[in-house]
Design a protein around this ligand. Sequence first.
Ligand SMILES: [Zn+2]
Length: 149
Amino acid sequence: MTVIDENGTRHQVAPQVFEDLQARGLIWFDGQDHRIREGDTDMFLRVWLAVCDFCMARPVCWDADVASFTIADAMTFSDGHTGPYVSRGGWACCEACGALIAANDRDGLLNRHVSRAELGEAMRPILAVLHRRFWQHYRSIRRILPKLP
Ligand SMILES: [Zn+2]
């Protein structure tokens, strides 16, 4: 699908992305073309190119403000170097994970994360530690994509 912003820039959008943004009222039809506000194009790239830092779902609907913290003191990375693994800055959250955080439903968030982790229940002890550290450094959460009607 093609959408055109007010500067005339054409953006190619996957059908799923198009439907989601249209449902949220961010895309409209002017009788000839589908239109999006230029200011919303940054947002749709951000929310649809990113995945939830918890469960990897798209789109990203919430932005959690979290102080940087060390996840692991020593980790071997894919390039072979070893060092601390640090969470820097905010966490991107999908609709479901963000709503659980906003409701302070810590068990619900962990259960959702475990249920969507590739190794399932085997990951619970590791994810529980990660979540405990997340909540220790969590400050606030704000919605960045309008809620579906
Ligand atoms: Zn999520």
